[in-house]
Design a protein around this ligand. Structure first.
Ligand code: SF4
Length: 226
């Protein structure tokens, strides 16, 4: 926790934490980032998403999930009656790996205190991990997303007990359109976890055309989404 913030309310502490993170020098990605992408959304959200790392557009704009994957995430949220402003969105890494390569273990270790403090301050009821990296980090289990998606787990992060719900990273559905239905099904399962009623099954959605898939400049597709 940032020094001198003990008397602040949690949302103010979260803002202060983000201001500290903006100058973070704790791993090599500090040398290549445009800016730190700390997180965005409601500081009192009941639902928090944790993705992998900023991509090209996120690094430019300083906001997570602003490219094609972000648009799909917003659409999936809309289908269960939520807007982006209702949730909090962050990543395991706060800085973009060059060329969108996979996060390295030492980078994850250096960066995870920021994420754990975000979780402690937001105290969401449900954390939806998007893809392998956040799922493995927050479950402490090496089982991959293909095995564990769509099934809720009780986990303790720091002193915060949460329901953890692994979901494929939306970018995975952009590269493998057949996963879109799986994503939609898993998003519907979030509703009862948040205390709501089941969402009726929607008619089949149109799969994004391949041309919409590349969110990044050619040759910079993120790996490890599956
Ligand atoms: S990735 Fe995380 S640990 Fe590395 S410089 Fe950025 S904020 Fe700091």
């Amino acid at each position: 926790m940032a020094a001198g913030t003990e008397s602040l309310a949690a949302p103010d502490k979260l803002q202060s934490l983000g201001e500290h993170a903006a100058a973070c020098p704790h791993c090599r990605l500090a040398e290549t980032r445009t800016q730190v992408v700390f997180g965005s959304g409601s500081p009192i959200a009941q639902l928090m998403f944790v993705g992998e790392a900023p991509g090209f557009h996120e690094d430019q704009q300083g906001v997570p999930f602003v490219g094609a994957a972000g648009k799909l995430l917003e659409r999936l949220l809309g289908e269960i009656g939520l807007a982006r402003a209702d949730v909090y969105i962050a990543n395991v890494l706060k800085c973009r790996p060059p060329g969108n390569r996979d996060p390295q273990p030492d980078e994850i270790e250096a960066c995870q205190p920021w994420l754990f403090q975000q979780i402690e301050l937001i105290r969401p009821r449900v954390i939806a991990t998007l893809g392998n990296f956040s799922t493995k980090l927050l479950t402490g289990n090496p089982a991959g997303i293909t095995r564990v998606h769509g099934v809720a787990q009780d986990v303790v992060v720091g002193s915060t007990r949460v329901v953890l719900f692994p979901i494929y990273h939306p970018a995975a559905a952009l590269y493998t359109p057949a996963l879109l239905r799986v994503l939609e099904e898993d998003f519907r399962k979030l509703v009862p976890l948040l205390g709501g009623s089941e969402v009726p099954v929607m008619p089949p959605a149109s799969v994004p055309p391949p041309a919409a898939a590349p969110e990044q400049p050619a040759g910079t597709a993120q790996l490890g989404l599956f």
